[in-house]
Design a protein around this ligand. Structure first.
Ligand code: MEV
Length: 450
């Protein structure tokens, strides 16, 4: 281990960069220059970013795109999306436009309950533990009053605490299973603080409980932590129109399109290989807005996929039906989001994105995010069941290929024009650029000879 690694976190940012450049790069100067070129020119803004995490050496950019024209519950939104994948923002915008003339999106928050647990071991009589819990339950609320005071003022707090016997799974294993309402904050800090106090109260009260034997008094808390599985914090997004209104594509009748679309969703409901990719498309929309609004996309991802498997097999998050000539497509997703706290007041672009959305409440943000997921899913299934996705995707991806080929601006313009009528592939683009360069070279040589 090199000397610098011991106490690495104590080094200054420049010292960390120097260590990194010397240790891992053949050209330390080039590596340093590149890292520094991504620093913000405003030192204050850079300091803010440096302090979000530990051992920061630079910033890692993601493009921020916008999908305008979303109508959600009758209100118009421009949705910010932070994502590196081409086509996603275009698909969202296209779906927004399509549904804006067909009644827009509807979104409903079904519930907003969050969960946290104290996992503990109790070696003793289960009935005595139940009586102990009932007798001391109020203490858990009283002991957390200083933590819950502000949340209660905003209309939130601890909803309930239950004792759960899990000894059929692991000997002596019990839980305090608590539910919370955290209003506009995602609530992780609030919930974890409450849980750590519950853990303390549990151990202290058990020690004082005279009906317990010495062994029963010795409750061992394993851990206290919120759950990112939030099946009671769910939002529904929905679109619906008469089948004959699905008449955008001249190559397919609205009826055939609706049938194929519903079949595609049914396949994702029964077939895990397809369900995962189908849901990945939904997450393209969800994650992009979750990231842009400073929320925790890992928490959302983990919770959403657990929800997709809640009935014992992994299935589609969205569903579709045709009933009495009416096409309906909807999505239920668990989303624990915040519009206050966390990065929301710290990251300048997060603040801007929330302003762009009209500073929504957490519930309104849940609706917007779910709609972005449904729109994305609609766009993907529409392409998949008609033209296939590659045609559109490769057109969007063309710029990435041209950048890889280090094409000049003129070459890019010529390529974009050429591929309006030709199929894009990496080799076709490479061939086209090589041809352009050969023609140019010949022209320069000709000019030189004249
Ligand atoms: C690509 O990022 C997402 C899709 O594969 C989703 C889908 O297949 O439904 C297009």
């Amino acid at each position: 281990m090199s000397k610098a690694i011991l106490g690495f976190s104590k080094l200054s940012k420049q010292e960390k960069i120097n260590w990194l450049a010397q240790q891992h790069f053949a050209d330390p100067e080039a590596a340093t220059t590149l890292l520094q070129s991504y620093w913000n020119t405003d030192a204050e803004v850079q300091k803010l970013h440096d302090e979000f995490i530990e051992n920061t050496v630079t910033n890692f950019y993601l493009p921020l795109g916008i999908a305008p024209g979303f109508i959600i519950n009758g209100k118009e939104y421009t949705i910010p999306m932070a994502i590196e994948e081409s086509s996603v923002v275009a698909a969202a915008s296209k779906a927004a436009k399509f549904w804006s003339t067909r009644g827009g999106f509807k979104a409903t928050v079904l519930n907003t309950e969050k969960i946290g647990q104290v996992h503990f071991m109790y070696n003793g009589n289960a009935d005595k533990l139940k009586v102990f819990f009932e007798e001391t339950k109020n203490e858990f609320f009283t002991d957390t009053e200083t933590i819950t005071k502000n949340m209660q003022k905003r209309g939130g707090g601890i909803l309930n605490i239950e004792l759960r016997d899990k000894t059929h799974l692991i000997p002596n294993y019990y839980q305090l299973h608590a539910t919370f309402e955290t209003i506009d904050s995602m609530g992780a800090n609030f919930i974890n603080s409450c849980l750590e106090q519950f853990s303390k109260t549990l151990r202290e009260e058990a020690q004082l409980y005279t009906a317990f034997t010495e062994e029963e008094k010795d409750i061992k808390v394993v851990m206290s932590i919120l759950s990112n599985y939030v099946p009671e914090c769910v939002v529904r997004a929905e679109v619906s129109c008469p089948v004959e209104a699905l008449n955008e594509d001249k190559n397919i009748s609205p009826e055939e399109f609706a049938d194929k679309f519903v079949a595609a969703v049914k396949i994702a409901e029964v077939e895990t290989y397809r369900a995962v990719t189908h849901n990945k498309g939904i997450m393209n929309g969800i994650d992009a807005v979750v990231v842009a609004t400073g929320n925790d996309f890992r928490a959302v991802e983990a919770g959403v996929h657990a929800y997709a498997a809640k009935n014992g097999h992994y299935t589609s998050l969205s569903h579709a039906k045709i009933e009495d000539g009416q096409f309906t497509f909807w999505l239920d997703v668990p989303l624990a989001l915040g519009t206050v706290g966390g990065l929301t007041t710290l990251h300048p672009l997060v603040k801007l994105c929330l302003q762009m959305l009209g500073n929504p409440s957490a519930q309104e943000l849940m609706q917007i995010v779910a709609v972005a997921g449904l729109a994305q899913n609609f766009g993907a299934l529409r392409s998949l069941t008609t033209t296939g996705i590659q045609q559109g995707h490769m057109k969007m991806h063309l710029m990435n290929i041209l950048n890889q080929l280090e094409a000049t601006e003129t070459e890019k313009q010529q390529a974009v024009k050429h591929f309006e009528k030709n199929t894009v592939s990496h080799s076709a683009a490479a061939e086209f650029v090589t041809q352009l360069r050969t023609i140019d070279k010949a022209r320069i040589e000709e000019d030189f000879l004249q």
